[in-house]
Write a protein that binds this ligand. Sequence first.
Ligand SMILES: Cc1ncc(COP(=O)(O)O)c(C=O)c1O
Length: 355
Amino acid sequence: MNACESILGLSPYQGGKPIEELARELCLTKISKLASNENPLGISIKVKKAINDSLSSINRYPDGNCFELKKAIATKHNVTSEMISLGNGSNELLELIARVFVSKQTDEVIFSQYAFVVYPLVTQALGATAVVSPAKNFGHDLDSMLSMITTYTKLIFVANPNNPTGTLLTDKEVYNFLKQVPEGLPVVLDQAYFEYLNIDDSAIQWLSEFSNLIITRTFSKAYGLAGLRVGYSLCSPLVADFINRVREPFNVNFTAQVAAIAALKDDDYLSESIKVNSDGYEQLVECFKSLHLNFIPSHANFIAVEFDDAMDIYNALLKEGVIVRPVEMSGYLRISIGTFEENAHLIAALNKILC
Ligand SMILES: Cc1ncc(COP(=O)(O)O)c(C=O)c1O
């Protein structure tokens, strides 16, 4: 038996090493996982209460249309529910969107070098052609991406901030880019880390001007719900209807819906997440500077750091109980920003290994 050619060439997505796995392998008790860009704060107390209150209903299927969650997101962003699609993480939406627009080998998908690893994965899984624009200063080169558009282009992915580089395009740059993309060519603006920017929400206002714009966001990062898997997209009602046709009937589970609604109401948790992240950024940057390590200034909840031998450092950090993430960028490790204590653990380990 053989799978499709496009699947044979695929390698599965590699997540950060689970804490339990490292604990088993090295019999460690103190482990800091700084590998998956999760929220280190733990669950919001209000979300926890909402989840506990909802548990008596999990014998029922969830609302497949996510009516209440869509209503909460619509209110927050001042859009209509018809513009919202929910996914099992925003990751699922990236895949569903690709399935809506891409179907054959001649279909081209444009994304940047060093962009989120899921873009090449979904492109290849669909048997389509990836068109990779060379990165500029580790970030997206939007002019180069524009120059690669052909009649075969079916979809463009832009991550802002980008993972794993943490680089950020300004609103002006993204807006000018959207202005130049041919009408009707879908652009995914993946804003998984948007909340950490703590800035005005310009992108959502662009939806009325660009019917080809699809914004994706997630509850996995600043809202602290990575384990529940819930993300959303905002786009024209027409595109949302297309996405709705390809999704599984109950793709967002009941607990995730309840938790996401509670998370949207918990402004204090969100503010605390943003503060812990910016404080942690300063703490880590001070360490990288003192160790003379090159790093890419980041606008998200992680930092890409350059090492002479990244894999040796990765393995040495594991022995010290610190899990970071090797990335597709040769010579770099991506380090998620943790709590003060987790960052201190990493800093002590790096000092031990490098000094
Ligand atoms: C740029 C980017 N987009 C999307 C995702 C997917 O996040 P989730 O599926 O947890 O919503 C991630 C996760 O790390 C990411 O870094």
